[in-house]
Each structure stands twice: as C-alpha cells, then as structure tokens.
Write a protein that binds this ligand. Structure first.
Ligand code: FEO
Length: 390
C-alpha cells in the first residue's frame, strides 16, 4: 500500500480488519490500524512508530514498496507493543538505525523488547532532530497512554504525529480522511477506554500542544486528520469538567424484580425529558457504557443480590467505572434481595474513585412494592433536580 501524507511522508502501517479485542480487555468492534510513517529528508530518513508484531509483514512490504534502503532513526513515541513490537525486526533489517526516544520509554523498551543500550538516541522535551529539510520536535506528553508517551511535530509541514493521542480503533481504507466527523464516535469510544482515566493530565497535554500550528494530525491508530479541528475540539470537551444531563442505567436482573425497578425509573426520567441510556449488562458491550460515561452526568447501577452480594456483571461494571474515573456528578444504586445481603454496600465500596454525589439507593425485598416505587419516585425527583440545576 502506498499512501503519501506529503512529498516527504509515506504511510507504511497496517490495517487490522479482524481484531476485536485489545489488551484482552477492550472491545474494538471496528478493528484498528497501526500507523507507521516514513519520513525521507534530504539528509536522513526516519520511521515514526512501527506496527503490532502480528502485522510486521505489512510493514516489511510497505517499506519495500517505498524502496527505502536505509533508516537512520526509528522514533518510538510509546513503548506499548502495538507500536514498538516490530522494532527488533527493524533493527535486524536496518542495523544502522538508532531508536530515538525519551529516557522513560528507553527503560520500557529494554524491559519489554530487550533492545540493546547502544541502540538508543535519547531526546528530551522540546528537543529537535534534523533530517535535512525536515525538523522533528519532540514533546513529552505523559499518560496518553502510558507515562512515557510523547508526540512528534514536523515543523516545516506542521504535521503532529500523536501516537495514541487522538487515535481511534477503526479499520478503514479512508486513512487520510476528508470526513473527520465520521470518526468522532469511534474516537470517543477510544477516549473512554484509553484516555479517560488520565483526563486531567490530558487537559495539560492539550494546553501544551495548543501553541503549535497544526495542519494535520497523524495518530498511530485510525484516520489521519487533514482538518485537525473536529478531533481537537472533541478532546477539549471530553477532557473538560463539563457533563451532559444524561442518566446511564446499567443493570442486571435475574427474575425481573430489578428490571421492573429499572424500567420504572427510566420511564419516569424520560417522561420528564431527561436523556436516558439503559444497558442490560449481560447483553451489552461494556465499551458502549464506557463511551457514554465520557460525558454523562449521572449513573444508576442496578443489581439483584447473589450469594449475599452484587451480581458479578454489576461488580464488573462498577469496577470498570471506578478504574476509568469518569466525570459523573451523581450516582445511585438500586436492586432487590430475598433474604438479606450487602449488595449496596459492596458496590459503594467498589467505586472510591468516583467523586459523584450519591443519591439515596433503593433496595426492594423481592419484587418492588408500593413503598419501593415511592422511594424510586424520590430517587427520580432527585436526579431531575440535580440534572436541571447542573
Ligand atoms: Fe496503541 Fe497504548 O498503544
């Protein structure tokens, strides 16, 4: 595949149409790409990032198509193996190449890939590297997605190579896209699962790149943005403290008692014009719940009581929400029990990272009765008041 971002920049990455899970954890329903870029300057040649080792053949073919016979620099922006995993192959094929990265990333590459010490050329924040007519500037941008992540700015053509930052897990042949809005939804899904836990640091990284004049953003997953404004604006919104008045109800129900409570609450909220998203957890992609958590104001977790505690599906949803640290403002727990248990307390103990205000939980004994529906009315009213006033 020959794809040119400009006269000096060639795409040499790989499209992974088949992949459906990442890190054995994150659903990627649209596949993904591993973007790698060959920059051929008048004096030196550099490769920015490599590809997942499963796709090294694609990288090999694309480099062969570009007729490159010599690589001086392999810029490693992030040590996770979907970008770094083919560096050992590259160093065998191009033994003259130096791995250009920062001190922290070097440590990870030695730990993960046993790359020899003498292969590294270290850079610090704001350092530049000349390829002749191409100047690369490196900016350390920690936690997009690991602590060592950095981005590379090609000064003359104003291209930002951003690695995971601004990425999207989507396999597409529309790699240099004219329709950035098509990719905002997969980019939000990506943000939810990769970036959301580091939202506050991402605000700082956005401020750090703000002074750059950026004509094109070239991430290492998904489309390359000829118009960087939509994805940058979306990131500013997602990373901000602003929420949308929406209630996510994530539930599991064994014999419909909890489901009756969920339907009652959802219908009442909708009748009062509050946006609601209901997820029956055993039938849902938890990645979609995570995506809604990027900007929703409110969440209700609903569970029956199993073996004295919450249902494992609800436990997983609570654990994940806690790990992803969304900017939820209000949260509650509802559900039912038959002979006692600690479902509500167990879920509350699983979400210490959520700084949301807890709306009084409602626990029904068996199927919900009149007094339970009255308590649910109060819960709905509380969510209405909070969301109207936010
Ligand atoms: Fe795409 Fe964090 O690796």
């Amino acid at each position: 595949m020959q794809l040119h971002l400009s006269q000096h920049v060639t795409y040499v990455g790989s499209i992974d149409w088949d992949r459906r899970i990442f890190d054995q954890l994150i659903s990627i329903p649209f596949g993904t790409t591993y973007n790698a870029y060959l920059l051929q300057g008048t004096e030196k040649t550099a490769l920015i990032d490599s590809v997942d080792p499963d796709k090294v053949t694609d990288l090999e073919e694309n480099l062969a198509d570009s007729s490159v016979s010599h690589i001086d620099y392999i810029v490693c922006q992030h040590a996770e193996q979907d970008h770094s995993g083919s560096i050992p192959y590259l160093l065998e094929k191009f033994p003259e190449a130096k791995v250009v990265t920062n001190e922290k990333c070097k440590g990870f590459l030695i730990d993960l890939l046993s790359i020899p010490e003498e292969k590294f050329l270290l850079v610090k924040d704001q350092d530049t590297l000349s390829l002749g007519n191409i100047t690369l500037r490196f900016l350390l941008t920690p936690w997009v997605h690991w602590p060592e992540t950095m981005v590379t700015y090609y000064e003359e053509e104003e291209i930002l190579f951003s690695c995971d930052f601004f990425g999207a897990h989507v396999a597409t042949s529309d790699l240099i896209t004219d329709t950035p809005m098509l990719y905002i939804s997969p980019a939000k899904h990506y943000f939810a699962e990769i970036m959301m836990p580091f939202r506050n640091i991402i605000q700082k990284n956005l401020a750090k790149i703000a002074p750059l004049s950026i004509r094109m953003i070239a991430p290492s997953h998904g489309p390359i943005y000829k118009d960087p404004n939509p994805i940058m604006k979306a990131y500013e919104e997602w990373a901000s403290d602003q929420t949308k008045p929406m209630v996510i109800i994530a539930y599991v129900s064994m014999h419909d008692s909890t489901k009756q409570m969920v339907e009652y609450v959802a219908n009442k909220l909708m009748k009062n014009n509050v946006a609601v998203k209901v997820y029956n957890l055993p039938k849902s992609d938890i990645g979609e719940v995570a995506t809604d958590l990027v900007d929703a104001s409110s969440m209700i977790l609903a569970s029956p009581t199993v073996l004295a505690g919450a249902h494992p599906e609800a436990v997983y949803a609570a654990f994940l929400a806690n790990a992803l640290r969304p900017k939820l403002k209000y949260i509650s727990i509802i559900g039912s029990y038959s002979w006692g248990g600690k479902m509500v307390e167990q879920i509350q103990n699983l979400i210490p990272n959520l700084k949301a205000e807890i709306i009084e939980p409602v626990l029904a004994k068996g199927t919900p009765k009149e007094e339970d529906f009255k308590k649910l009315d109060a819960l709905v009213q509380a969510f209405l008041n909070k969301n109207r006033n936010q």
